[in-house]
Design a protein around this ligand. Structure first.
Ligand SMILES: [Zn+2]
Ligand SMILES: [Zn+2]
Length: 243
């Protein structure tokens, strides 16, 4: 087993609330600077910048010989407005998952003046366009349906920032649904500091408790501080562990 230092909740500039400099190469550069081994790109309700970040990490590996695994992922907002990280071990599976999510997407258009831009980047950090669909709006998929869909594609289903007073499974549903086999949860760094796990036994007893940054700016990406113990540094090993 080896410690794999991670940050599994990072937004790119596609998320309207993220800084416009959250470009593929800047995210990869900051993750490498922080000596991370594994990150996940988790924009709100879209995977459209993910492949660019994966390719930027591949190019960095060829140039500098530094290994950074990028998991394709998405932070889905369910119909109950619960945020869930859905992570996968390869981009094709992740995009097939997204195809099935399309019917649940909001039909609203983004309001740049209120929510900010939704910037699409290629792997060389060139802006290729803006997404029109309002990514900040919740989808119409339920928490239970999303659980089943994520598992159909062998993904990891991770309720996000469950300590928060809004957009979390505990704030919006009242508890972690006991009829679902949820092995991994995410607690925000703020929640850990404030003793959330000491107060919540149900959360504390989960197999894996992730602490990620939910970075919307480059400076917020995690330092080399939280790790998973994995048999090898691969996307598959990470997802097998988290599922
Ligand atoms: Zn969130
Ligand atoms: Zn987030």
């Amino acid at each position: 087993m080896q410690p794999v230092y991670y940050d599994l909740h990072v937004h790119s500039a596609l998320s309207p609330c993220a800084a416009s400099d959250m470009s593929p190469n800047d995210i990869v550069g900051m993750a490498l600077l922080n000596n991370l081994d594994l990150i996940a790109i988790t924009d709100h309700n879209s995977l459209s910048n993910t492949l660019s970040v994966i390719n930027a990490a591949k190019a960095a590996r060829e140039e500098h010989g530094k290994e950074l695994i990028v998991l394709p992922g998405v932070e889905v907002s369910t119909v109950e407005e619960v945020h869930v990280l859905c992570l996968f071990d390869n981009i094709n599976t992740a995009l097939s998952f997204e195809d099935e999510l399309v019917p649940y997407f909001s039909a609203l258009s983004n309001r740049i003046d209120i929510f900010g831009s939704q910037i699409l980047y290629d792997e060389n950090d060139c802006v290729t366009g803006e997404m029109n669909r309002m990514l900040i709006a919740p989808t119409s998929i339920s928490f239970d349906e999303l659980y089943l869909l994520t598992h159909k594609y062998n993904g990891a289903f991770i309720p996000a920032h469950i300590d928060r007073a809004s957009f979390s499974v505990i704030s919006n549903l009242g508890f972690i649904p006991p009829h679902l086999d949820i092995n991994t949860i995410e607690v925000s760094p703020h929640g850990v500091e404030n003793g959330f796990l000491e107060k919540n036994e149900d959360a504390r007893m989960r197999k894996n408790i992730l602490i990620s940054s939910d970075a919307h700016q480059l400076w917020a990406i995690s330092e080399r501080e939280n790790f998973l113990l994995l048999p090898e540094l691969t996307a598959k090993a990470a997802i097998d562990f988290l599922r």
